[in-house]
Design a protein around this ligand. Structure first.
Ligand code: SF4
Ligand code: SF4
Length: 135
């Protein structure tokens, strides 16, 4: 499906902030799709990383942040290791997450977890989950 783009949807500030936070030149990406091919979480993503990169290049902030892809990303760095253009996509995903968290939006409510879940889930998983999903 083609990406629909208009002048109104281009957010240059979003492009700059993703680039600054990730330290990556997102325009190095040429949408080869290698990242999605090796991504262990791609089957759970509605929007594949290649498309996220293209939308980020186009400054489509809402589409990128609403896609859920950055939250599904497991930060495994497989894409980073495989990218033929040297793009650290894991850092781009982290930057997209940070831009949401910095708006004081939490992706999980710790108080909503039941006592049984807190007791039974691995503590290291809970801590890393809170670090990733809360502002
Ligand atoms: S592997 Fe690299 S160049 Fe290819 S689509 Fe992914 S980020 Fe872009
Ligand atoms: S870092 Fe994220 S996007 Fe990259 S391969 Fe791992 S899960 Fe997929």
């Amino acid at each position: 499906m083609p990406i629909e783009i208009s002048d109104k949807t281009i957010k240059h500030e979003f492009i700059e902030r993703v680039s600054q936070l990730s330290g990556q030149d997102i325009f190095m990406c040429f949408q080869c799709g290698t990242c999605g091919g090796g991504c262990p979480m791609s089957g759970q993503m509605e929007t594949l990383p290649r498309r996220i990169m293209r939308m980020a290049q186009l400054g489509m902030e809402e589409d990128v942040t609403n896609s859920g892809t950055s939250w599904t990303c497991a930060s495994c760095h497989t894409c980073t290791a495989n990218c033929p253009r040297g793009v650290d996509l894991a850092k781009v995903m982290e930057a997209v997450r940070l831009l949401t968290l910095r708006k004081n939006i939490n992706m999980i409510d710790p108080s909503g977890l039941s006592a049984e879940m807190v007791r039974d889930l691995p503590q290291i998983a809970l801590v890393s989950c809170f670090r990733k999903l809360t502002s």
